[in-house]
Design a binder for this molecule. Structure first.
Ligand SMILES: NC(=O)c1ccc[n+]([C@@H]2O[C@H](COP(=O)([O-])OP(=O)(O)OC[C@H]3O[C@@H](n4cnc5c(N)ncnc54)[C@H](OP(=O)(O)O)[C@@H]3O)[C@@H](O)[C@H]2O)c1
Length: 336
């Protein structure tokens, strides 16, 4: 049995993680952390877990966490996560970091996009990016995995097979994404209050969203050619879900059938990517670890669309998939 700790346990991704891990036959949740000092029962912080997990959220140091756990999931904001990771790894713990702290390879890029200096830059170039469909073998032997961002998961999974096959140009990709409000976490922010975002759709972070360099980095690696996407996220008044519609220029003659064939072949053995001719919708993947993908040909352009649940395939489901790979469990354990 692998003893598991969750840092930042009061948040949304932590809640989803607990629900998944409670179904896992090889994992036992042994520690939950918070910055608060009053050690509330988890059922008070997350009433949906009432009767399912008898633990309190505690203000624990990384050293205390390391005594109680073999593997640690960091569900903290960026910055806070790197500080904890740097103390856990030397204690021999495996870590799955859901924050953005180790996704980018380059500390200067991180500083440029996140506006702060990285506290653990030496680990950045070698940390494995936790997208099993692309980096499965490296994840299996990793001690630290950088769990992908939610928007990047939807866009990378949609575009990677077409780039790898040389079917689309790396230089001319536009990604238009929509996310539910849980993508911003549980912390109260005025623009996320119900009257502010309900019955409204808005673009944000245009040209400067932090997931843009993450998408570039992974797709550049996949394509073996420089990829620089234009990525625009939108906030949608729903709880959860991401839909990414990606526009690309074909490299040559193509038709919908051949592109669908490329996607189907790439994901033929993947348990969590469903390629079909049907248009994806967030409702069809809600609460699941699936990414649904299709492709269309429109006036000479390739339009490839991916849908995920931001809290599952976009966060905690992917984290459990990585946990399974890192510990030799069947990859689908607790996820199907
Ligand atoms: N939401 C998503 O769809 C999603 C998807 C992919 C990745 N992520 C990433 O996963 C991480 C967690 O996201 P989330 O949505 O679960 O966030 P969240 O709901 O805001 O929860 C994060 C938790 O971390 C704790 N925390 C906040 N600031 C902290 C600080 N400065 N130092 C230490 N602890 C702090 C808080 O717990 P206490 O107040 O109890 O201490 C908070 O409940 C983030 O890095 C996020 O970018 C989120």
């Amino acid at each position: 049995m692998i003893r598991v700790a969750i840092l930042g346990a009061s948040g949304y991704s932590a809640l989803e993680l607990m629900k998944l891990l409670l179904r896992h036959p090889g994992a036992e949740i042994t520690a939950l952390t918070t910055r608060q000092t009053d050690a509330k029962p988890v059922s008070e912080v997350h009433p949906s877990l009432s009767g399912r997990l008898d633990l309190r959220l505690e203000n624990l140091s990384p050293g205390q966490v390391a005594e109680r756990a073999d593997c640690v999931f960091c569900c903290l904001p960026h910055g806070a996560s790197a500080a904890a990771v740097a103390e856990l790894l030397p204690r021999g713990k495996k870590v799955i970091d859901l924050s953005a702290d180790y996704r980018l390879n380059d500390a200067a890029e991180y500083e440029k996009w996140y506006g702060v200096k990285h506290s653990d830059p030496e680990r950045m170039p070698t940390t494995v990016y936790g997208l099993p469909e692309i980096y499965r073998e490296r994840i299996q032997s990793a001690s630290l995995v950088a769990n992908p961002g939610c928007y990047p998961t939807s866009a990378i999974l949609a575009l990677a097979p077409l780039l790898r096959a040389g079917a689309i140009l790396p230089s001319d990709i536009i990604i238009d994404s929509k996310s539910g409000v849980s993508g911003a976490g549980r912390e109260a922010k005025s623009h996320l209050h119900f009257p502010e975002c309900n019955e409204s759709v808005s673009a944000y972070g245009v040209g400067k969203h932090r997931h843009m360099p993450e998408i570039d980095q992974v797709l550049t690696d996949v394509a073996d050619a420089e990829v620089r996407v234009v990525f625009t996220p939108h906030l949608i008044p729903m709880d959860r879900g991401i839909l990414s519609t990606c526009y690309a220029a074909p490299t040559g003659e193509f038709n919908e059938g051949s592109l669908l064939g490329v996607l189907k072949e790439f994901y033929a053995n993947e348990p969590f990517v469903r390629v079909s001719s049907a248009l994806p919708a967030t409702k069809h993947v809600s609460g699941t670890n699936f990414c649904d993908i299709t492709v269309r040909s429109v006036r000479g352009r390739v339009v490839v669309i991916g849908a995920i649940d931001n809290l599952v395939k976009g966060a905690s489901g992917a984290a459990v998939q990585n946990f399974n790979l890192m510990h030799g469990f069947d990859e689908t354990t607790a996820l199907l």
